[in-house]
Design a protein around this ligand. Structure first.
Ligand code: SAM
Length: 245
């Protein structure tokens, strides 16, 4: 298994990389890697990983490049309703693995957390996004967008908007994506669901209310599922033709 680390641009100097104290602890104490071992690093912008040979202390030497997991062609932005405790952290992790480009937490009428995360929780969420990107091979860490109200999310979201709403039966996701959009914004409600007036407001605004089937899914199930269905439907869960072997 190749261990990957997200590094800030400032950690890259010429043909070297300087690992942070937390990364050194992970390398040496957790992974028990030694000088001469190799890891991959990525900065969230370069289209390739850099292969790094560990040196003594916090330094590493760049010795090559390696492919990253290709990004979806579709830009998918997720607007999951805020959830209690670690459920929302699970949503952040799974949406990253599936391939969303950005995530905007949403406060809806029935979401139990009623306020945007504080600085500490925001940083913890950014760490979760980075670690999920490291694990799944992506060269991009999804952007954590500011927490917004559902109304604001509907107003500012772009592309084809799909709202998972368990009270609709006929409206399929396939129909909503028939135009093969390149940009999709997806919305999933909280534990208590979207209020009927929220669903009506979304539909009036041109969003598609779509069913995820006859069974009621937990919010933390519905978000990654909807993301995967959108990308699958748009051909983004297969290897690009030009991807190397
Ligand atoms: N109203 C639900 C109930 O009766 O238990 C609670 C909401 S469900 C736990 C959380 C969210 O997941 C919903 O707001 C919706 O966005 C999505 N969801 C769950 N099951 C769904 C389904 N079968 N079709 C569409 N959306 C679904």
């Amino acid at each position: 298994m190749t261990h990957r680390f997200y590094v800030a641009a400032a950690q890259l100097e010429g043909d070297g990389v300087m690992f942070s104290p937390a990364q050194v602890h992970q390398l040496r104490s957790v992974l028990r890697l030694r000088p001469g071992d190799q890891v991959h690093v990525f900065d969230g912008r370069a289209p390739q990983d850099r292969v790094v040979e560990l040196l003594d202390g916090p330094r590493g030497r760049l010795v090559g490049e390696a492919a990253q997991a290709p990004e979806p062609r579709t830009r998918l932005v997720a607007y999951p309703a805020l959830l209690q405790r670690d459920k929302f952290e699970t949503v952040l992790q799974k949406l990253t693995e599936v391939g969303v480009a950005a995530i905007a937490p949403v406060i809806t009428a029935r979401s139990l957390p009623r306020a945007a995360p504080d600085a500490a929780r925001t940083e913890r969420w950014c760490v979760i996004l980075r670690e999920a990107a490291e694990q799944c091979g992506r060269g991009v860490v999804p952007a954590l967008l500011p927490t917004v109200s559902f109304t604001e999310a509907l107003r500012t979201s772009e592309g084809t908007r799909v709202v998972a709403y368990e009270r609709v039966r006929q409206h399929s996701l396939r129909d909503a994506l028939a135009s093969a959009p390149g940009y999709v914004s997806m919305f999933v409600g909280p534990e208590g669901g979207f209020a009927p007036e929220e669903a009506a407001c979304a539909e009036r605004g041109g969003a598609a209310l779509v069913t995820l089937g006859p069974r009621i899914l937990r919010s933390e199930t519905a978000s990654p599922l909807l993301a995967a269905l959108v990308l699958y439907e748009l051909g983004d869960l297969s290897w690009p033709h030009d991807a190397g072997s």
